[in-house]
Design a protein around this ligand. Structure first.
Ligand SMILES: Cc1ncc(COP(=O)(O)O)c(C=O)c1O
Length: 382
């Protein structure tokens, strides 16, 4: 691919109005049009956090064989999939609700609390707020520290006195920070006394390096019936087009959430795929090997570029140009445009509460892709 030189330090196009930035990763069309680039402009996509090793190699053939089942409705309670998930997490099948991606699990959780008072730890994934709006919850945002996006647990506990449900993400998208297990226990003890539900979105927990303090919260479900865990299988297994996720909670909560779920919400192919995916230990081991080798290397290389980095505990990185780079006119918006023109799509942060586009997020990919990113970033920061 021929790579044009990086343009000067300012926007070469007029800035996009905040509302025009795409809501999610990918979605390059609006951006290409705005920046006057052709629709077939080649892009290396670092804007969506997906496992670069997936989907597992056997999935395509397996799906083809399952096409024969398309003329039946899926079993409405998805018992085989729920059984496989419960065995995987060593909990009861009644504690599992299969969902059409982690996104449906978020919306079902909001439906459970319709009309109540929610808090969202911000900046975080925008769908919590959208789901709360859809189900008429009032929202108060509780900001993470503006310096390093760490959590002040005392401030959080104080802010929760009048709240029915707290949404948080672990590890957090987009900051890549992870609330440790012992802090989660403190939070759960306190919220149990306050009668405040705690919803923890663990969409990326399987893409956290094993060296991090990421003990699973599933072991806390029995002790804290006010805890709801949300999982996505689409990130780890790279199946965003198929959609697969689940909700874990106590049996009564699962039943209540299921009452809000449309029938057959998860299609036959996705539901049947759950058990074989969870049985693929080799894929999990390969993913961990990738994280163990690529994550520390990228963290160090990105830091060497003079960027302000948020210490990452997940399979993505949040950064902005360092003070000197910003002083010379390279804002995050400028860097975003330069990268796009050079064929690299990163995630803007214009629609993450509290970030205002001042930061950029990039996904960790395989080694050749990561090297390409570093090279182009290096050029664009000059
Ligand atoms: C934190 C978080 N949770 C949930 C989701 C949705 O996951 P799924 O694609 O499984 O619906 C996303 C997608 O970007 C996400 O970032």
């Amino acid at each position: 691919m021929s790579t044009p030189a990086c343009p000067g330090s300012q926007w070469t196009s007029s800035p996009l109005p905040s509302s025009a930035w795409p809501k999610h990763g990918g979605q390059a069309e609006t951006l290409l049009t705005h920046f006057g680039l052709p629709a077939d402009h080649r892009l290396d996509d670092f804007s969506a956090n997906l496992n670069p090793l997936g989907p597992p190699a056997w999935v395509r053939d397996w799906l083809t064989r399952q096409l024969a089942g398309l003329d039946h409705y899926p079993s409405p309670d998805y018992s085989a999939a729920r059984q496989a998930i419960s065995a995987h997490h060593q909990i009861e099948p009644e504690q599992v609700l299969l969902t059409n991606g982690g996104a449906e699990a978020i919306f079902l959780t909001a439906a459970l609390h319709a009309g109540k008072r929610a808090s969202i730890l911000t900046p975080s994934f925008g769908e919590y707020a959208r789901a709360c709006h859809a189900h008429r919850l009032s929202i108060s945002e509780i900001p993470l520290s503006p310096l390093d996006f760490s959590l002040d647990i005392d401030a959080l506990l104080t802010a929760l006195s009048d709240i029915d449900v707290l949404f948080l993400c672990r590890p957090n998208n987009p900051t890549a920070t992870l609330i440790d297990f012992s802090t989660m226990v403190v939070l759960l003890e306190h919220t149990a006394a306050l009668n405040c539900r705690v919803v923890v979105d663990e969409a990326f927990i399987d893409m956290v390096d094993n060296s991090q303090d990421k003990a699973p919260l599933t072991t806390l479900l029995a002790r804290y019936p006010h805890l709801i865990l949300l999982r996505s299988m689409t990130k780890f297994y790279t199946l965003p087009g198929l959609r697969l996720g689940y909700l874990l909670a106590d049996a009564a909560t699962v039943q209540a959430a299921q009452a809000h779920q449309p029938p057959w919400s998860v299609n036959h192919l996705a539901a049947e795929l759950v058990a074989p995916l969870l049985a693929d230990d080799a894929f999990t081991r390969r993913t961990q090997r990738w994280l163990a080798s690529e994550h520390p290397r990228m963290a160090q290389t990105l830091a060497e570029l003079g960027l302000d980095m948020v210490p990452s505990q997940a399979c993505f990185f949040l950064f902005r140009p360092g003070a000197e780079q910003r002083a010379s006119g390279i804002t995050s918006d400028v860097l975003f445009e330069r990268l796009l023109r050079r064929g690299v799509l990163v995630r803007h942060t214009h629609n993450f509460a509290g970030l205002n586009g001042e930061w950029l997020r990039v996904a960790l990919r395989d080694e050749p892709a990561n090297r390409r990113l570093i090279k182009v970033l290096n050029d664009c920061l000059r």
